[in-house]
Design a protein around this ligand. Structure first.
Ligand SMILES: [Zn+2]
Length: 387
């Protein structure tokens, strides 16, 4: 989910990119402040220096995010091991989320993938509780013990909250996998689990409003719950829509709806001619770039020349500005439309080139895909189902 702006990759763990969204900084600040000004002062008393509070708050924040990443990494690694492609882990305002490129292939794989998240949080929390108990026995410093206790508590909270049967939270995914296993119908399972998830979303919003209005000093907590409820509901509904879209697209060949009026650009063309002979004449937003044999080497945006000083246009080639064609952004005409959807959603260019024997034969954009979908649904006999 891109919540505010672009996500940035921090580092990779086991090949899984760990990204952060700008909104995450808000959560970092909130956790730091509540630890440094609320939790530690109340546990350590007034005699302790402020920098001890803030130092331990910093340690707690880092350890909390390590716990969150461990929880998400458990999901991602099991997803990958059971055949679901993982785009990465993103930290954002509500914690972390594992981004999967497609639906899990079977009910069992979804169950395993979902259940390892809360289990890993329980495991981490239990380990911290054991260390805390050792600390009590050995009479460790109060600040260390308070930190360990808080980390034990938040890991159990994390496990507890995520275990709610509110799809797409982990508990909701377990529920969906169970319904899927019993009925053999992913769409029905998603429908029921999504409805329950959406109801939980409403429930959070209601409780949030109630808390904000009736309990003194709970306004921020209430608003927080309302926002979480809202996003839970949105996430449940969009998961449901994705399943419907995927089912409509499954088995459809890309060749059925790709646009075949492809205008290719030779790699050594200069920008002046590119603008004069292609951009103004054809008005496509992207052009496949080809080598001397007509084979695809990249994709160039019609807006790319804008990045170069106009005086240098005659001396700059299209190749210098193009995006290299990557194997996963290129599809064959007999590729499944669902794969086209995955490719379009994962790349940052919402357009993919269809290549036959190395040569571009068509283009597919998200708009083509959605237009095809709309026509297909319109041409179908009406059925009494709702999203
Ligand atoms: Zn989880």
């Amino acid at each position: 989910m891109s919540f505010i702006g672009k996500d940035r990759t921090l580092f990779r763990l086991f090949g899984v990119p760990i990204r952060v969204n700008l909104s995450w900084l808000f959560l970092v600040a909130l956790v730091m402040m509540s630890l440094a000004q609320g939790y530690f002062p109340s546990r350590l008393g007034p005699d302790v220096k402020w920098y001890v509070h803030w130092g331990f708050a910093g340690l707690g924040t880092v350890a909390l995010f390590a716990s969150l990443i461990a929880h998400e990494l458990a999901h991602s690694l099991v997803a990958r091991a059971t055949g679901t492609r993982v785009a990465g882990i993103t930290l954002f305002i509500f914690g972390g989320v594992s981004q999967l490129e497609d639906e899990p292939p079977t009910a069992a794989s979804e169950f395993l993938m979902a259940v390892v998240g809360p289990l890993s949080s329980v495991a981490i929390g239990s380990a911290l509780l054991c260390i805390w108990a050792v600390g009590q026995f050995l009479d460790w410093a109060a600040a260390t013990q308070a930190l360990l206790w808080w980390l034990f508590f938040v890991n159990f909270m994390l496990a507890g909250f995520n275990s709610l049967p509110a799809f797409p939270l982990d508990g909701g995914r377990v529920l969906r996998s169970a319904l899927w296993a019993v009925t053999g119908d992913l769409r029905l399972a998603t429908h029921v689990a999504g409805r329950i998830g959406s109801l939980f979303g409403f429930g959070f919003m209601f409780l949030g409003a109630l808390a904000a209005v009736t309990i003194h000093g709970y306004v921020i907590f209430g608003v927080w719950l309302i926002i979480i409820g809202f996003f839970l509901r949105q996430a449940a509904l969009s998961s449901l829509q994705m399943v419907v879209i995927r089912q409509q697209l499954e088995g459809e060949k890309v060749a059925r709806f790709m646009s075949t009026d492809v205008v290719t650009v030779p790699r050594y063309l200069d920008l002046q001619r590119f603008v004069d002979e292609y951009v103004f004449r054809h008005r496509f937003s992207y052009y496949p770039v080809v080598d001397e044999e007509g084979r695809l080497v990249g994709l160039v945006s019609a807006r790319a020349p804008g990045k170069v000083d106009q005086q240098r246009w005659p001396h700059t080639t299209v190749e210098a500005l193009m995006r290299k064609a990557e194997p996963n952004s290129v599809l064959r005409p007999d590729a499944d439309a669902v794969d086209a959807l995955s490719a379009l959603r994962s790349g940052d260019v919402h357009r993919t080139v269809i290549v036959d024997d190395g040569r571009p034969v068509g283009m597919v954009s998200l708009r083509d895909l959605l237009g095809f979908l709309a026509l297909k649904i319109d041409l179908q006999p009406r059925r009494h189902d709702r999203i």
